[in-house]
Design a protein around this ligand. Structure first.
Ligand SMILES: [Zn+2]
Length: 589
């Protein structure tokens, strides 16, 4: 999902600018902003910032403008480093790198593919139409319903809450005067079947969703009776991505009275908190809390308070938020957890107890360390050594996610004190010397195959121009392969073909670029054939047929003859001709 989004957003910045920006960057200088690098031979090294280690396995190559960690496999170029280290998305990382290099990012003003101006206009018009519908006499019951729930006219107006009736012919006719059918359908507010257009939101109270620049991008709809689903959000699209957007964010970020965001579970929470003077709340839109969400908030404020239900689902959601937070809490950034009394959500709590009580609850919300402990010890008996070991086992899973050394220390302190366990134990690998044999073997197998792949990538990137036919053979195989392991590397391999920097930059690719081999063109060709055959023998079902064809044309190398014999001997449904071919091949060699 993330890559898809990156592609869309990256389109607005000219590709050649990004390529040049990466080329122009001095990787050692840029990374030195974050790490203390030591020169070692022609490379620079230090302890890896992405995993825990005592001896440096993180290596930076100024010649190749890449970095690679031999410990955890992380690698890439200046841009991927900034993305990983700062937790930024692609576009944000481009901006950051441009800032470091002191250049301005040019924007393509009207790349048609990403111009959503019309869509925003449609959505705004629809929002106004739904809002105006509240003034209709026939919708009086909706106004009553909102009043019953405690929403005043002012708040309804601030959030442009409205009502989508069954009949929206008037709205559709208005839209058709200004917009094409295609635009109307693309906006997601109307769908089409044999009978024509019909509205997406029907008989629902509507909550327009704005992106962080205030553009209308979609709607949340809530039923007013018992129909299902209770909540219905606009579908994800190029301009509306639920893993990025937060309901109420555009309003909340304008609230100057606070240094925090409150994350709630639903739009009614956001609206009701605002009704009672709390204007810094946001809600995720029916999806789990994501890295993107936390990025947008931490960019503006240092504190996030998660306010979830105290039921099992709420706790799980909070735990997920905690795990994402571990990567993002450092320096003076902080997260808190607020669980309201059972059966309350922010909406009902503030309605019943008012703003002051809610503020007190916020004040007393749990710090990250406390929630970690509280969550882990749920249902456990602390006088049972068995349960204590379970807690420690679960706690250890969190450690690799923590980025801040300070946070690591305070968390360890908390858990070791509460459990009365030595802090060092919490950091040590359990049973470090006992490794199951089968696991080791599997690793070796994988590594052998990986070596061929690394070599192949290295040669494709550096020599493919000298033997394009063979390279294209391989690209075609990758493109058409249905094998899961090949599918996983497909984008990257095709990225080499298309010289597409954004597709190429994967840990496997950068690892391959660290290969220090001086090959002649001839050697590269021979190695390429050998390595690609190894891969295709394993993964390409039509490889035998390909080789048979070459054999008929008498274009088989000795090595490939052997490969073909191997393949044909393995098959048990060879035709007579193929059996003859096997005999022939025997004769050749
Ligand atoms: Zn590492």
């Amino acid at each position: 999902m993330r890559t898809g989004l990156i592609k869309i957003m990256a389109n607005s910045i000219p590709k050649d600018f990004i390529d040049r920006l990466i080329d122009d960057s001095d990787i050692v200088a840029v990374l030195s902003n974050y790490l203390s690098l030591t020169k070692k031979g022609s490379n620079y090294t230090c302890c890896c910032p992405f995993h825990e280690e005592k001896t440096p396995s993180f290596s930076v190559s100024p010649q190749k403008s890449i970095y690679h960690c031999f410990g955890c496999g992380k690698g890439g170029n200046v841009l991927s480093f900034i993305m990983d280290y700062e937790g930024l998305n692609f576009v944000e990382a481009v901006e950051k790198l441009a800032e470091i290099n002191n250049v301005t990012v040019p924007r393509q003003a009207n790349s048609a593919q990403n111009d959503f101006t019309k869509i925003y206009e449609i959505n705004e018009q629809v929002a106004n139409f739904y809002f105006d519908a509240l003034k209709d006499n026939e919708n009086k019951h909706i106004v009553e319903y909102l009043k019953d729930r405690g929403i005043s006219g002012t708040t309804a107006k601030n959030f442009k809450i409205g009502f989508a009736n069954f009949n929206q012919h008037k709205l559709l006719a208005d839209l058709k005067k200004k917009f094409s059918d295609k635009e109307i359908l693309e906006s997601g507010n109307f769908m089409k079947n044999e009978k024509g257009f019909y509205p997406f939101q029907r008989n629902r109270v509507t909550f327009p969703i704005q992106n962080s620049s205030g553009k209308f991008i979609g709607f949340g709809g809530r039923v007013i009776d018992d129909s299902q689903p209770k909540y219905l959000n606009s579908k994800d699209s190029k301009f509306f991505n639920k893993t990025r957007e937060l309901y109420g964010f555009n309003n909340a970020k304008k609230d100057k009275k606070t240094d925090s965001f409150i994350v709630t579970e639903g739009y009614m929470d956001v609206v009701m908190l605002s009704e009672h003077g709390v204007n810094n709340a946001v809600a995720s839109l029916g999806t789990a809390f994501s890295q993107n969400h936390i990025n947008s908030m931490f960019k503006m404020r240092k504190k996030i308070i998660y306010c979830f239900d105290s039921d099992e689902a709420g706790l799980k959601a909070a735990w997920r938020a905690l795990q994402i937070s571990l990567k993002n809490v450092f320096d003076d950034r902080t997260v808190r957890f607020l669980f309201l009394p059972e059966n309350y959500d922010p909406d009902s709590f503030i309605k019943e107890h008012g703003q002051e009580e809610f503020a007190k609850k916020l004040e007393r919300s749990m710090v990250l360390e406390s929630f970690t402990y509280q969550y882990l010890k749920r249902g456990m008996k602390l006088d049972s050594p068995e349960d204590v070991r379970k807690i420690i086992f679960e706690f250890k899973k969190l450690i690799p996610m923590i980025r801040s050394e300070t946070l690591k220390e305070t968390l360890l302190q908390k858990i070791s004190t509460e459990l009365n366990i030595n802090k060092d134990i919490l950091l040590k690998e359990d049973a470090p010397d006992v490794k199951p044999i089968f696991k080791t073997q599997k690793k070796i197998e994988k590594k052998n195959y990986e070596n061929e792949l690394l070599l192949l990538i290295f040669i494709l990137e550096n020599f493919a121009n000298s033997f394009q036919t063979e390279a294209n053979e391989f690209y075609n195989f990758v493109q058409g392969s249905k094998n899961q392991e090949i599918i996983e590397i497909k984008d990257m391999i095709l990225g080499i073909k298309e010289q597409d920097v954004t597709k190429k930059q994967t840990p496997l690719f950068t690892k391959a670029m660290m290969i220090d081999l001086k090959l002649t063109k001839e050697e590269a060709y021979a190695e390429f054939i050998r390595a690609s055959d190894v891969i295709r023998l394993e993964y390409d079902e039509s490889f035998a047929d390909y080789l048979i064809n070459l054999a008929k044309k008498k274009e088989l190398t000795t090595e490939r003859k052997e490969n073909l014999q191997k393949l044909l001997n393995l098959r048990d449904n060879n035709s007579i001709q193929e059996e003859e071919l096997i005999q022939d091949l025997n004769k050749y060699s």
